[in-house]
Design a protein around this ligand. Sequence first.
Ligand SMILES: *[C@@H]1O[C@H](CO)[C@@H](O)[C@H](O)[C@H]1NC(C)=O
Ligand SMILES: *[C@@H]1O[C@H](CO)[C@@H](O)[C@H](O)[C@H]1NC(C)=O
Ligand SMILES: *[C@@H]1O[C@H](CO)[C@@H](O)[C@H](O)[C@H]1NC(C)=O
Ligand SMILES: *[C@@H]1O[C@H](CO)[C@@H](O)[C@H](O)[C@H]1NC(C)=O
Length: 412
Amino acid sequence: MRSISVALLTCLVAIAVSANPVVISDNLVRLRLAKHINVTSPGHIVKADQARAAALISKALAQSSGKFTQDAVISTPAQTQAVAYVASVGVGSPATTYSLLIDTGSSNTWVGAGKAYVRTSTSVQTGDRVSVSYGSGSFSGNEFTDTVNLGTGLTITKQSIGVASSSTGFGGVDGILGIGPVILTTGTLSPDSNSTIPTVVDSLFAQGTITGHSIAISFEPTPPQPTNNGELTYGGTDSSKFTGSITFAPITSTSPASFFWGINQSIRYGSSTAILPTTAGIVDTGTTLVLIATDAFNRYKSATGAVPDNATGLLRLTTTQFSNLQSLFFTIAGTTFEFTANAQAWPRSLNTLIGGTTSNVYLIVADLGTNSGSGFDFINGMSFLERFYSVYDTANKRVGIANTPFTKAATN
Ligand SMILES: *[C@@H]1O[C@H](CO)[C@@H](O)[C@H](O)[C@H]1NC(C)=O
Ligand SMILES: *[C@@H]1O[C@H](CO)[C@@H](O)[C@H](O)[C@H]1NC(C)=O
Ligand SMILES: *[C@@H]1O[C@H](CO)[C@@H](O)[C@H](O)[C@H]1NC(C)=O
Ligand SMILES: *[C@@H]1O[C@H](CO)[C@@H](O)[C@H](O)[C@H]1NC(C)=O
């Protein structure tokens, strides 16, 4: 088993924030994130991502048919999360601190996978059972309300949280901080299966702790000597983390991507090779790679000349092929974002960690596992989000994407 835990902390210096043209907030609160990589078997990352994609699609389809119960069974075997960004979150008073995975693709917040839940005077059991399946695992347990602390000045009272009595697939973390759309909590409680559970972001906004009903996320590529990190900003955007302006795309109307932070996007390789025509998919912190529909993946494979690598499960290039690798271009709401050759490579310093060798280059673009046209044709996962700033704007039902100082960095 290979494992690495990279605790990457930013300094929380408040940079004089220039007014952002679109999302304005003078009440930004930042949560530091740390990246964990725990790959336990050949092909683990791809299998975990594909299992997650299948679980997300199945869950959304069940919800769209009004049949949002746990019988939305996922046939793919659960795959332990391979790569995760985690935050330290306090629950209770006095607070116990838990390491929670940041997940924009689910919306329940829960603890108890690793460290057990510690009840204090602020803990109140609601009487509902709760359960969620993720593809990268599942949990079930009881719902409580409790005080949740997300960082200095960010305390929520009576936040509804799950407390796991059993969970699978969450080695190394204590649970999830679910920051997807609230609709994804529908059907997770019983007997109140028709109720939604306000997310932590909904509660912060409802309690007046943040003045904008949105969050923004900055991840940075893994450098050889990790010194950078991720940062989650509640209530607005942090202009020190992106360059230029933010492009906002309305949440796609295409189901099932519409249940998530879903957008329309097209992808091109180099100057003119179409990989994916404009279609719906999602932006997701809980997915490690960039997953594209099988037909698009096959076009990418032929365009790059890459071959499947059994040990890592990823596409593989020689260093000579890599020197000829063109950029991918993602067009979102009329703006084209360049995803460089370096951005398409798994961090070379971490090749051996995933079963690869140092003399090859492994690509982070992988097969979603289903053909395009399903209404869920791509996932812009963490490898994408490490190159772009992202904004999850509940108030205006849209997703924002911007370039960062790392978009074209040679890191990797
Ligand atoms: C890695 O994952 C395995 C399998 O889930 C788990 O048992 C182990 O605790 C994890 N290790 C770390 C360091 O997270
Ligand atoms: C949930 O809502 C549906 C449709 O409104 C209704 O038929 C069903 O009885 C409700 N279930 C519960 C448990 O309240
Ligand atoms: C996204 O694409 C679909 C299908 O082409 C289209 O109907 C829709 O208007 C587009 N835009 C949004 C915001 O959904
Ligand atoms: C990779 O796996 C495939 C399918 O399991 C097999 O046919 C092929 O021989 C393997 N290639 C190598 C180089 O191990």
